[in-house]
Every structure is written in C-alpha cells, then in structure tokens.
Ligand binder design. Structure first.
Ligand code: PRP
Ligand code: URA
Length: 209
C-alpha cells in the first residue's frame, strides 16, 4: 500500500495558512503556492539516489556525492496543477513536464479528460503528479491511470490539501503511489469541496470565478 506523508515543516504550515485565507489575493496566492511547491519538492526528493564522483576543488581532489542522474517527470493536472510546476522546476531544472487536462463535472464530480501530452520516455522517469487539491480523488486517480497507460511506472502524487476521502480512494485505486500532502483536512462538503480547504484552487490561482 502506498505511504502517505503529511509535511509538518513550519514554513510549509505557515505559508499554507496564508494560502487558505480568503483575504489572500491572486498575486500573493500564486507566489505562496509556488513557494510551498518548492519546499515540498525539497522534501519529496529526499530519497533521490546519489553517486560518488571525483572532482577537483581549488585545494585538492575530493570524492563528493552528486545525483545519480535519475530522470524526473512532473505532471501537473490542468489547470490548477500548473501553479505548482515552476516551484518544483526551480529545484529540479532538468525535469520534463507532461500535462494532463481534467475537469471535474460539477454535477457528477467525475473527472473528464480533455488533454494529455507526455515526455516520450515516461517509463524511465520518476513521475511526480501535482495538483493543489485531492478532494474525492477522482482527478488524481484518472490522471495516474492516464500516465500509467502511457508507460509511467514510478509515480508519486503531491498536493497542497487533501480530504481523507480522497486519500483513501487514491490509495485504493493506486496502491503503488506514495502521497505527499501539506495539509490533511477534515472532510468534503456536499459539493465535493474540501473543508476547511482553500476554496477553488484554479479560480484562486488564475483569478477566475
Ligand atoms: C480541482 C482541483 C483538482 C480537482 C480535485 O480541479 O484542481 O484537479 O478539482 O477534485 P477531485 O479530487 O474531487 O477530483 P477542477 O476540476 O476544479 O478544475 P480546474 O483545475 O480547471 O479548476
Ligand atoms: N477542487 C478545488 O479546487 N477545491 C476543492 O475544495 C475541491 C476540489
């Protein structure tokens, strides 16, 4: 079964508090999502493999550790997932980015795929699927099905806020996927919104309504 990690780092929690706040405007919301995505990427890459290499310092040779070159693919779920991409790329600049477009039908709450474009070598990459919200879990489950169909085998899911219902559904549908969360909330309301959550992540990021 996939593991669930809730990041309790004080900086992540502090910034998440501002992200949740209804008084935080679009510009600041975007900046904060970007910053939290970077901080989460720092934590999520903890298990990246290192290799020993020899370099020359100004003083002597040295055996040092560098990333062993494992390739990363970032897969934002459109559209709100886009808000997390730059923050991750700041730390992993060589990562390639695949996009999967899904919207949640407001009546059925079921995800509908409208776009998918992936790096060709998805199977060789450690794929990080990103979306600020894991609510019913439908979008994340569908996005992960979509990238598995295209060859992905090594997958992590990263979100800002999750509802317990979404975590359970995602674990059940994709037991091979570890889940990384900044805030694990109480529940979903009758409209499928996370409580207390942050509202509609896409609308808050892009200033739509
Ligand atoms: C939001 C959010 C997730 C999804 C989560 O997207 O960004 O993708 O809902 O809900 P779920 O876990 O119940 O599937 P939305 O469908 O509002 O689309 P948007 O990103 O285009 O605003
Ligand atoms: N999508 C959002 O943007 N917010 C929620 O609370 C649930 C789904």
């Amino acid at each position: 079964m996939g593991k669930v990690f809730v990041f309790d780092h004080p900086l992540i929690q502090h910034k998440l508090a501002y992200i949740r706040d209804i008084n935080t405007g679009t510009k600041e919301f975007r900046e904060l999502v970007d910053e939290v995505a970077s901080l989460m990427a720092f934590e999520i890459t903890r298990d990246m493999p290192l290799e020993e290499v020899e370099i020359q310092t100004p003083v002597s040779t040295a055996k040092v550790k560098m990333l062993s070159g494992k390739k990363v693919g970032i897969v934002p779920i459109l559209r709100a997932g886009i808000g997390m991409v730059d923050g991750i790329i700041k730390l992993i600049p060589a990562a390639k980015v695949g996009h999967v477009g899904l919207y949640r039908d407001p009546e059925t709450l079921k995800p509908v795929e409208y776009y998918a474009k992936m790096p060709s070598d998805l199977a060789e990459r450690e794929c990080i699927v990103v979306d600020p919200m894991l609510a019913t879990g439908g979008s994340a489950i569908e996005a992960i099905h979509s990238i598995k169909k295209r060859g992905a085998v090594n997958i992590k899911f990263m979100c800002l806020i999750a509802a317990p219902e979404g975590v359970d559904a995602l674990k059940e549908a994709h037991p091979d996927v570890d889940i990384y969360i900044a805030g694990l909330d109480e529940k979903l309301n009758e409209h499928g919104y996370i409580v207390p959550g942050l509202g509609d992540a896409g609308d808050r990021l892009f200033g739509t309504k």
